[in-house]
Each structure stands twice: as C-alpha cells, then as structure tokens.
Design a protein around this ligand. Structure first.
Ligand SMILES: [Zn+2]
Length: 322
C-alpha cells in the first residue's frame, strides 16, 4: 500500500494525516494554526512529526506529501496571498513544506502544495462525489466560498494557478465590500459570513425576536443563529434562509453556464445545516437555468466531509489526480 501525508491548513487548525491510495485515513493529528508571528511551516512540521511518529514502521510506505493552504498558490508553489495567515504570505510554500517533511522522514520526497479548495476538489475527484463525472465544480461553503474546478477529469488551475476563486464572482454591483477589495462578491451572500450578515440585517430590522435576542446577547448574529431560528419557525429567519438560497443558486447557475458540469458538489462547514440551507436551492437553480433547456445538473453534497482536504492533498502527492 502506498501512503502519502496530507495536510489541510485552516485559519484556526492544521489537520495532518497519513492517507492510503484508496483514500482511507490511517492516522490523523490536529495542531493549532500559529497565532500572529508564529511560523506556519514549523507548525506544519510539528503536525507531520506527530503523524509519522504514530505511523511507526509504516513510515517507510510514505511516498509523498501534499498540503492545501488557504490562499493563492502559484504553479511554482509560492503562496501569494493568505488573508487568514498573513505571516505566511509571499512564502515559498512548496520549498518550506519539503524542508520540514524531508527532515522528519529523512529522505527525498514528492511534495505538492495547492489552494485548500482545490485540494478538497482533488479529494472529491480521487475518492468522492466527483469520481464518476469528468466535469464538476466543488464549492466549499465556509466562512467564505472556495472553489475547485474539474475539467475533463483533471483539476483546472488556470494560467498562474489561481483559477477557481469563485467566491469573488460579483453578484451585486452595489453589494457590500469584500475582504478581496471588491464589492458584491458571491461570498458576501452565500457563505457563513453572508448568512450572518443577512441575519444581522434581519435582527436590526426588528422582524425577528430570536435574531434580535442573539444580537443583544453576543453583539453579533452568527450563521448558526439563523439556522436555529429558522428551525424554530421564525418568519424573518426563514426569509433570510430563502434569500441565502437564492444567492447560492444564482452563483451555482453562473458556474453551470460557464463549465457545463456533470455535478455541482457542495462541501464545507455549511453542509452541516444542508437540510435547512439547501432545501430550496435546486428549485431556485432550475428557475435560473430555463435558458439551458433540458440540461440537467446534479447538485449534491460532498462525500468526504472535513477530510476532503487531507485526502486530496495526499491524492495529489501520490499522483492519483493531476
Ligand atoms: Zn471578494
């Protein structure tokens, strides 16, 4: 059995795992992402050392290592922009990862670095919901929106490696400002942040006692508050969910027009509330797709859950997907 180390770096935690060539996680470890100033790659090295220690003799079966990082990564493995990990911006991520992994394993190793959403798409392509189609878009719905594009059975990376920044498609010209510097980006509406923002507006509007309560108690409305209130039948929260679903469907419809995917695959933290948040999405999506005639696109939930990133990074390191 061939193993690879897969590493998924988030804003708050780093998940590292040894994954086999069937996509099974053999060992996994979590460490905290470094707070301001700390070295991201030293933390990754610590996580890798923990995984390799638990592998024991099986460390000899490790054939490579891959990491998914939250930022723009070019085709040479340089991390250009990482809003959640500013200390790591403009670093030679591929070289830094190679140094840590080879120090732990004591030998030369195939090492790859990718954008985290692209790594998640690689996981779904190798082992999950994108396995059975040649063309797919994997939409990671979390704090923001990440995207991984599959075309003709391969990952689409773009000219520099920056393809798939689908969260920054503009869906409202005069919409709210986005961290990217733009305005009205899709992730200002159809992500966890977007859901919270729409919820806060509803709370301030006075129509929702439950959301107003959440705002008063914590000074903010979270996406979970909207989901909870909607589950309890709060009318304004249900309106927020309906608006959220419309925006989600608009973006998915745009993606379908551009890529003609066999599947649109929804992953990320918001999947936990799929029953509430996604219920009306296929219907809204179909309304926008009238022009496409009979073209049928499946909208499905990702299969690998929070392990998509480590599985995908490992699949890339093993060369199972390209
Ligand atoms: Zn943006």
């Amino acid at each position: 059995v061939a193993l690879a180390l897969g590493i998924d770096v988030g804003g708050t935690k780093i998940l590292a795992a040894a994954v086999d060539d069937a996509g099974e996680v053999v060992v996994e470890e979590r460490v905290e992402s470094p707070k301001d100033g700390g070295s991201l790659f030293d933390a990754i090295g610590d996580a890798v050392a923990l995984v390799v220690a638990r592998l024991g003799g099986r460390a000899a079966e490790v054939h490579g290592a891959g990491a998914g990082l939250p930022g723009l990564i070019d085709l040479e493995g340089v991390l250009h922009d990482a809003p959640n990990l500013p200390a790591a911006a403009n670093s030679a991520a591929g070289a830094e990862l190679r140094r840590r992994v080879e120090a732990v394993l004591g030998r030369r190793m195939r090492v790859v670095v990718e954008n985290d959403a692209t790594a998640a798409a690689a996981g779904e392509l190798a082992f999950g919901a994108a396995r059975s189609v040649a063309n797919a878009v994997v939409v990671t719905l979390g704090t923001g929106i990440g995207g991984g594009l599959v075309g003709n059975g391969r990952l689409l990376r773009g000219e520099r490696g920056f393809a798939g920044e689908i969260g920054h498609m503009v869906v409202e010209l005069d919409g709210p400002r986005c961290a990217c510097g733009g305005q009205g980006c899709w992730e200002q509406f159809a992500s966890g942040t977007g859901l919270a923002r729409l919820g806060r507006e509803a709370a301030l509007g006075g129509a929702s006692p439950l959301l107003a309560e959440a705002l008063a108690a914590r000074g903010e409305v979270r996406g979970e508050d909207v989901v909870d209130a909607a589950r309890r039948g709060d009318g304004a929260a249900l309106d927020v969910v309906a608006a959220f679903a419309r925006y989600l469907a608009i973006g998915l419809s745009n993606l379908a027009e551009i890529f003609d995917p066999g599947r649109l695959i929804l992953g990320g933290g918001l999947v936990r509330a799929a029953d509430v948040l996604f219920a009306t999405v296929p219907e809204r999506f179909a309304e926008h797709r009238r022009g496409a005639g009979e073209a049928k696109v499946d909208i499905v939930v990702a299969e690998l859950g929070e392990r998509a990133g480590v599985a995908g990074a490992a699949a890339l390191a093993l060369g199972l997907v390209t």
